[in-house]
Design a protein. Structure first.
Length: 221
């Protein structure tokens, strides 16, 4: 990592230099794989993330590898939700008790933003005013937001939403949808955003908040 900073290497080149040295030691390779995985996710570097998963996940995130189950689950979820794949469906309850299908929402809109958040997430609260502006600017152009609250207690979400109503689709991640959730959706932190097309296919995964408007501007005609 010091070489990466001191020599200004491209990120993928730095990963290769370190991982190629580490592959002879399973425990070290497993530790460094998770380290770089977190870096790719933090920086929302899709190219580096794809490179890491393609070249090192088979050795460093298999059932026999020296990594925690959380790492294996995250890799499975990233593979499931990689760009070009149809995202797993969610059928989550709304405030009025209706069950809303993510795939059905996608069919009715040109693009759908899938958001995972929590009511006690400071980053979610900070970004909400900008997200409302984005929604106002893009909703009439065929953009919808399917928002999923991952709070542990449903009543906490309900109380919060009743006091802070949203103009987009607001749902709760109930027990039925939590089963194997970490293996199906890569949500290492909140808020996490995905951009989906009308078929529910992932266009962008884990979008950086500051890039959301730019990405939408690029796809909306």
């Amino acid at each position: 990592w010091k070489l990466y900073h001191d020599n200004h290497w491209p990120f993928q080149e730095a990963m290769d230099a370190v991982m190629n040295k580490a592959l002879g030691n399973d425990e070290v390779a497993g530790f460094l794989f998770r380290f770089f995985l977190d870096k790719c996710i933090d920086h929302k570097d899709e190219a580096a993330l794809t490179h890491l998963l393609n070249w090192y996940a088979p050795d460093c995130a298999s059932e026999e590898a020296h990594v925690e189950e959380s790492t294996r689950n995250l890799v499975k979820a990233l593979e499931t939700c990689k760009p070009g794949n149809k995202i797993p469906n969610l059928t989550c309850p709304t405030l009025d008790g209706k069950v809303m299908s993510l795939h059905e929402v996608c069919k009715k809109n040109t693009y759908t933003i899938l958001q995972f958040w929590r009511t006690n997430c400071s980053h979610c609260k900070e970004f909400e005013p900008e997200l409302e502006k984005i929604y106002q600017d893009f909703h009439q152009k065929g953009i919808e937001i399917y928002s999923v609250a991952a709070d542990k207690e449903e009543q906490v979400w309900r109380s919060f939403e009743q006091q802070n109503p949203k103009p987009w689709i607001s749902t709760y991640l109930d027990g039925a949808n939590r089963k194997d959730f970490n293996k199906r959706f890569p949500v290492p932190s909140t808020p996490t955003f995905f951009l989906l097309d009308q078929n529910g296919v992932v266009v962008n995964r884990m979008i950086m908040r500051s890039k959301l408007r730019e990405i939408l501007t690029g796809v909306v005609k």
